[in-house]
Design a protein around this ligand. Structure first.
Ligand code: ATP
Ligand code: MG
Length: 378
C-alpha cells in the first residue's frame, strides 16, 4: 500500500483526495493533457455531479514536467475585481515555494500592490486589490501577460465559469476571449456546473467563445470499470463486496458519480466485513429518508404544473416526448404549452436535465437520483 494519506473511508464525497481514490477518467485525462501540450484550451461540459471538478483536480495533479496548474473556482465572485483577487491569490498559493518561478510570481503579484493577507484557517496567502474598475481589467491583463513570459507553461483552470455571465461588466467573455487568444504559453480549462449557461457561452455562434476551445463532454464512468473500482476500494479497507452487489448499487444510482460515491461511502462505513444486498438497500432507504424534507420543500417552491411534471418525469425515469398526448394524458399534465413552460423552468432550476442518446434523440431525466427514487415510492 502506498505511503500516501490513507483515508478511513475510501469513497470520497467531496473534493479530490488523490489518484488512489479516483476512478478511471484515463481517456479524458490524456485528452486534456494532449490538448494542453498542443496549446489548446478545453471546455468540460456534463450534467451535474458527474465529476468535472474532480477531473480538473486530477489533471492538475498529473501535469507533465515544466507545467504549472492554477485552479480557480469563481462561483463566489461577483465581478472582475473578485476574479482578479482569486487569480492573484491562486498564483501565490499554486506555485510551489521551491520552484524556479516562485520569486518572480511573488514579485509580480506584489507589483500590482495588493493587500496581502493570510487565510485565518490555513495560513495561506491571499491577495486583494483596492482599485477602481478600470485598473482591474488592466491588472488581469498584466497578470496574464506576466504568466505568458514564464519559462514554465501554465494551465489556468476556471471552474464555475458561467459565473462571468452575472458580472456587471458587460461582455466579459468577449474581453477574456481576446486576451486568451493572444497567449501561447498559457492555456485554459473551462468548466461549470450550470450546463445551460455553459452551453450558451460555448456553443452559441453569436458568443465570443463559440468554437474557441475543444469541448469534452464528460459522460458517466463505464459501469464495469466503476464496479472494479468499488471492489478495489473495499479491498483497500479490508472489506469485501461481491461484484453483483456492486452492480446493484451502480444500477440503482444510474452510475451517476456523486450518488455512487455517496451510497458506497455509507455502505462501506456500515459494513463490518462483507457488504450485502440488504445492507445497501437499507443505506439507500436511510439516505432517501434523510432527504425527504428537502424533497417536500421542492413542492413549495414549484408551481403545481411544474411539480406534477417533475413527478411524472421521475416516475418514467426517461422521457423522450414530454409533450406527446400519451405522456400528458397518463399524468394529467394539461396542455402541451403548459408542459413546455414547466419543462423550461425545471431545466433552469436544475431539477431536470436533457441529454441525447446514442442515436441523437433528446430525452429528459430528473437530476437528483435520490429524489427520483423517492418519488417512485410515492
Ligand atoms: N472519477 C472519480 N472517482 C471517484 N469519485 C469521483 C470521481 N469524480 C468525481 N468524484 C466524486 O463525485 C462527486 C461529484 O464530483 P464533482 O464535484 O467533481 O462533480 P461536478 O461534475 O464538478 O459537479 P457540479 O456539476 O455540481 O460542479 C464528488 O464527491 C467527487 O469527489
Ligand atoms: Mg464542479
Amino acid at each position: 500500500m502506498s505511503d500516501k494519506l490513507l483515508l478511513q473511508n475510501p469513497f470520497v464525497v467531496s473534493g479530490y483526495r488523490g489518484d488512489e481514490y479516483f476512478c478511471d477518467r484515463a481517456k479524458e485525462t490524456a485528452q486534456l493533457i494532449d490538448n494542453m501540450t498542443n496549446g489548446n484550451s478545453t471546455t468540460i461540459i456534463s450534467i451535474r455531479r458527474i465529476g468535472k471538478t474532480g477531473l480538473i483536480r486530477h489533471v492538475l495533479e498529473q501535469l507533465p514536467e515544466n507545467w504549472q496548474g492554477i485552479y480557480i473556482d469563481i462561483l463566489e465572485t461577483e465581478n472582475l475585481s473578485g476574479f482578479l483577487n482569486l487569480l492573484a491569490t491562486s498564483i501565490l498559493t499554486s506555485v510551489p515555494e521551491k520552484s524556479s518561478i516562485w520569486k518572480k510570481s511573488m514579485d509580480f503579484v506584489k507589483s500590482l500592490r495588493p493587500v496581502i493577507g493570510f487565510d485565518p484557517l490555513t495560513g495561506a496567502p491571499q491577495a486583494s486589490f483596492d482599485i477602481t474598475d478600470e485598473y482591474v481589467a488592466q491588472n488581469i491583463d498584466a497578470t496574464l501577460k506576466f504568466l505568458e513570459t514564464l519559462e514554465t507553461r501554465i494551465v489556468i483552470a476556471i471552474d464555475e465559469f458561467q459565473q462571468i455571465l452575472s458580472y456587471p461588466e458587460k461582455n466579459t467573455d468577449a474581453w477574456l476571449r481576446t486576451r486568451i487568444q493572444q497567449m501561447k504559453n498559457v492555456v485554459f480549462i473551462f468548466s461549470g456546473s450550470q450546463q445551460h449557461l455553459m452551453a450558451e457561452l460555448f456553443s452559441l455562434p453569436k458568443r465570443p467563445f463559440y468554437r474557441s476551445t475543444q469541448i469534452i463532454k464528460l459522460d458517466k464512468i463505464d459501469q464495469q470499470t466503476y464496479c472494479d473500482f468499488i471492489l478495489s476500494m473495499f479491498e483497500k479497507g479490508d472489506k469485501i463486496i461481491a461484484p453483483e452487489t456492486a452492480h446493484e448499487i451502480l444500477d440503482w444510482t444510474n452510475t451517476h458519480t456523486f450518488y455512487v460515491q455517496s451510497l458506497c461511502s455509507r455502505v462501506f462505513s456500515s459494513t463490518d466485513k462483507t457488504a450485502t444486498s440488504e445492507q445497501w438497500k437499507q443505506q439507500a432507504s436511510d439516505l432517501i429518508q434523510e432527504q425527504e424534507i428537502i424533497f417536500w420543500g421542492y413542492r413549495n417552491i414549484l408551481t403545481r404544473p411544474q411539480w406534477n411534471l417533475l413527478k411524472a418525469i421521475a416516475h418514467e425515469k426517461t422521457v423522450y416526448l414530454p409533450t406527446a398526448h400519451k405522456f400528458i394524458d397518463k399524468f394529467h399534465l394539461g396542455s402541451s404549452a403548459t408542459v413546455l413552460r414547466s419543462l423550461k423552468s425545471l431545466v433552469k432550476y436544475e431539477m431536470i436535465y436533457y441529454d441525447f442518446d446514442a442515436k441523437g434523440k433528446k430525452y429528459y431525466c430528473v437530476y437528483d437520483v435520490f429524489f427520483q427514487k423517492w418519488s417512485e415510492g410515492k
